[in-house]
Design a binder for this molecule. Sequence first.
Ligand SMILES: [Zn+2]
Ligand SMILES: [Zn+2]
Length: 146
Amino acid sequence: MSSRHDLSVGPNPSPSPSDGVQHVCTICQAKESSHKHVFDTAKALSSHCRVKHAVRNDMRRYVGTSKCCSVCETTFGSRLSLIQHLSDSRRPKCRDVLLATASPISDELCTQLDELDKVARRTAQQKGYSHARVSVPAQRVALCEA
Ligand SMILES: [Zn+2]
Ligand SMILES: [Zn+2]
């Protein structure tokens, strides 16, 4: 009855690179460079990484010593809060922009910062806050002061 020839619904075997940013799984690519692991969205890539590679939260790889989100210019109280902000699935904009523009920090720095965060989290727990219970909404504390 109705012509819907302008809608191409169905699997697209070759995602067009002209659509913009390509989201490539670098983990798969490293293992199997002959096969392309490209996803349409950062969301698709991150859920692939969660399922296939048990990657919990790779946004920490994009957060260095700064507590300021370079995308929305919001400063957070701690690195963990910034990571939480960037991992918020309801507001993927900052994450998407960051993933497209930023480069990950070094393994060494990431390990160092994770250690600091571990200490900070433990201190917070001793004060009676549990990481699971505390879900502080991201507050606009101040704009970035570089
Ligand atoms: Zn993969
Ligand atoms: Zn942001």
